[in-house]
Design a protein around this ligand. Structure first.
Ligand SMILES: Nc1ncnc2c1ncn2[C@@H]1O[C@H](COP(=O)(O)OP(=O)(O)O)[C@@H](O)[C@H]1O
Ligand SMILES: [Mg+2]
Length: 218
């Protein structure tokens, strides 16, 4: 199959606190892109590969106690496999990739949230991705109280949701700090406390200009 564009595809990442609406918005975006003939690859972290999904079951199992450093190493192990097996090959073939969480989540959760050294988090992030960075990170921003209230409607509670409000406030501040440090070049912050359809429209405005429609090169 011919690639859709000459250069590498674009990597778009969705981030935000628990219950911000990432999964909801990714379903809506995926449906809209498929209907319009886009060949965008949707994937998620931790996971995205068989090994990554196995690691996901460990890191999100509330019955297992995992300290901050090994937790970060588990996420990083899943990410390294995901980049090598899925994300990098797709981008190299000219395909756009949309990923539910990526390196910024480790900065926010393991760095700001769990207190790991931010320089170390950044260094390991760069190692496991081979320096690959998102072309656009969509921050679905919401107060953790509102986000957790939404998320608590779910059947399963993972460790992150049980970890307490203070932790989730640090995580949110970690996402906002990254967006502000970027200065609006490769991050867009969307108010995720708005109605679902309003968020969907804001996501579309931010993301669609970056994605290549259809199978141009075929
Ligand atoms: N804009 C919204 N307004 C109200 N509820 C929402 C909105 N977006 C998502 N939800 C609901 O909030 C819950 C968490 O959404 P989800 O997409 O799973 O969040 P995330 O993947 O970011 O943790 C779900 O029950 C979903 O239906
Ligand atoms: Mg989700």
């Amino acid at each position: 199959m011919a690639s859709r564009r000459e250069g590498r595809g674009h990597l778009v990442v969705f981030e935000g606190p628990e219950g911000a609406g990432k999964s909801t918005q990714l379903v809506a975006l995926s449906a809209r892109l498929s209907a319009a003939g886009y060949d965008t690859l949707f994937t998620r972290e931790p996971g995205g590969t068989p090994a990554g999904e196995a690691i996901r079951r460990v890191v999100l199992d509330p019955t297992l106690r995992v300290d901050p450093l090994p937790e970060f190493l588990l996420y990083s192990a899943a990410r390294a496999q995901h980049v090598a097996d899925v994300i990098a090959p797709a981008l190299a073939a000219g395909r756009d990739v949309v990923c539910d969480r990526f390196t910024a989540a480790s900065v926010a959760y393991q760095g700001y949230g769990r207190g790991l050294d931010l320089g170390f988090v950044a260094e390991l992030n760069a190692r496991v991705t081979g320096g690959l960075e998102a072309d656009l990170t969509v921050l679905l921003d919401i107060d953790p109280v509102a986000g957790l209230a939404r998320a608590s409607g779910r059947a399963a509670h993972d460790r992150l949701e049980a970890a307490g409000l203070a932790f989730h406030r640090r995580v949110r501040s970690g996402f906002i700090a990254q967006a502000e440090a970027d200065g609006g070049r490769r991050w867009v912050r969307i108010d995720a406390d708005a109605a679902e359809t309003a968020v969907t429209e804001a996501v579309w405005r931010a993301v669609s200009p970056l994605l290549a429609p259809g199978e141009v090169g075929r």
